[in-house]
Design a protein around this ligand. Structure first.
Ligand SMILES: Cc1ncc(COP(=O)(O)O)c(C=O)c1O
Ligand SMILES: N[C@@H](CCOP(=O)(O)O)C(=O)O
Length: 465
């Protein structure tokens, strides 16, 4: 499998090379040159597979020229054995035709574990063989950070630097990052917002001169293709459990950086019968406004009860645009250059294609709390605020009665106890056993100004020899 950049000018890479990078050298994002296709018969065969087996089936075509089948199998089995539920991604029915896909049974209680437990092991595998050391840089609004640290902490060949917006993540999210000890693990609390952190990561890919000459820079955010690849699997897993390929399924996805829902789009392009993908946003609703106005306009970030989705520059939307503009790298280059200077509008053809598959809905904090309370009252099911946004959007979407709607439950409610309290639920969420002493563990992090030079200087000083 070859990977090409959305901006058309960077070199074509293989899987191993794409794993060991982030942004392409032309500023674009890597995507597969072609997508593997699964026929209805192939999908029917997936019915009896456990999660790791299904992951092998879906992921093999993307990696097979770099990772031999038996090695991939061992990595996948080990990855998904880390999850605290035998089904790995169990589903719960919360209303007639409404399902919740629980993606929070991994070590850090968010959907990020599905990709980052795998990415950490893939990096370890590749770097050991190449005798290479790398620097990882990531931006987090709360969940990617802890999942990346947890996924990569066993790798000897990395230094990892995670930037989070100071004071803007929940206490549990912060503790999950800052209590993991290791002299190669660095948490930087940046006095800015998530967009600032993400912009610093992207700028560092564009100018890597602050790094020692023998280190390359690797991304753990969803700009890294391997993140998206791993997330495609659970769309197949859920759809097959609910009757695919005989039945079409809709998915509602709490959205920020557009990585998770883009994985759903790819699943559809690979043959999964997806009726609709619902973009569920909080009040940081850039993507909802794209669908309703055809214009992609930055907004001032609001601090919400769903902090992980407090994002206004949605990285992976570029990957969708690449398809919508006929995979024309020059057109994307031009669009993105204009976006750097201000708002951009999309052509009618692109917008009508988007609307054929995607719906969108914006859910503010009051509606989020109301949905958490309503779901609790109707079936004593506790949603975290991000998942509640997905459920609210799912309930709002007008779909044929024959189509089951699956909301991706992207985080465990115990990561957001303050939101659960604000929503007025009778019970308090309880952290799973392995995190019960989280608040007794010592923390280590560095508060830094919202300045690229300060962040890069800190990194340069702290990379292990
Ligand atoms: C709990 C949670 N839900 C939803 C999202 C949005 O996912 P994406 O950025 O892939 O759209 C995030 C973070 O990205 C998250 O941490
Ligand atoms: N919500 C994320 C933000 C980063 O998104 P990513 O999927 O690109 O890593 C977080 O919780 O950190």
């Amino acid at each position: 499998m070859k990977y090409i950049s959305t901006r058309g000018q960077a070199p074509t890479l293989n899987f191993e090379e794409v794993l060991l990078t982030g942004l392409a050298s032309d500023g674009g994002l890597y995507v597969p040159e072609t997508l593997p296709q699964f026929s209805p018969a192939d999908i029917a065969e997936m019915a009896g597979m456990n999660y790791a087996q299904l992951a092998q089936k879906i992921i093999t075509p993307f990696v097979e020229d770099c990772i031999p089948g038996p090695d991939l199998q061992a990595i996948l089995e080990e990855t998904y054995a880390e999850f605290r539920h035998a089904a790995v991604a169990p589903m719960v029915q919360i209303a007639s035709n409404q399902w919740v896909l629980e993606l929070f049974h991994g070590p850090t209680l968010a959907f990020k574990d599905f990709a980052l437990q795998l990415l950490g092991r893939l990096l370890d595998y590749v770097l050991e063989r190449k005798h290479q050391k790398v620097v990882i840089m990531g931006a987090t609004s709360g969940d990617t950070g802890s999942a990346a640290i947890e996924g990569c902490k066993r790798c000897n060949n990395i230094d990892i630097f995670i930037l989070h917006p100071h004071g803007r993540v929940s206490d549990v999210q912060r503790k999950q990052m800052t209590t993991v000890v290791g002299d190669n693990i660095h948490n930087l609390a940046v006095q800015g917002n998530f967009d600032d952190c993400q912009a610093m990561v992207k700028a560092s890919f564009n100018d890597r001169s602050f790094l020692p000459a023998d280190r390359s820079l690797v991304a753990v955010n969803s700009i890294n293709w391997a993140r998206i690849m791993a997330q495609i699997v659970y769309y197949f897993y859920a759809a097959v459990a609910l009757g695919a390929p005989a039945r079409k399924i809709a998915f509602s996805v709490p959205t920020g950086n557009f990585g998770d829902i883009f994985a759903g789009y790819l699943a559809r392009q690979m043959g999964l019968p997806v009726e609709r993908l619902i973009i569920a946003t909080n009040s940081n609703d850039v993507l909802h406004r794209v669908l309703t106005t055809g214009t992609y306009a930055r907004q001032t970030l609001e601090h919400t009860l769903s902090p992980s989705m407090d994002i206004s520059v949605s990285s992976n939307f570029e990957r969708l645009l690449f398809d919508l503009y006929g995979r024309d790298g020059a057109a994307i280059n031009d669009l993105m250059a204009r976006f750097a200077d201000g708002d951009i509008s999309f052509n009618d053809q692109a917008m009508s294609e988007v609307k054929e598959l995607f719906s969108s809905y914006r859910v503010d904090d009051a509606q989020t709390c109301a949905q958490m309370a309503a779901t609790w009252d109707s079936c004593e099911y506790m949603l975290d605020p991000h998942s509640a946004i997905g459920v609210k959007a799912a309930l709002n979407c007008d779909l044929p009665a024959s189509v089951p709607v699956v909301t991706l439950a992207t985080a465990h409610p115990a990561k957001f106890p303050a939101a659960v309290k604000t929503a007025g639920l009778d019970d308090e969420p309880v952290l799973p056993h392995h995190l019960r002493d989280l608040f007794d563990r010592p923390e280590r992090s560095e508060v830094l100004p919202n300045e690229l030079a300060a962040v890069q200087a800190f990194m340069a000083e702290n990379i292990n020899a």
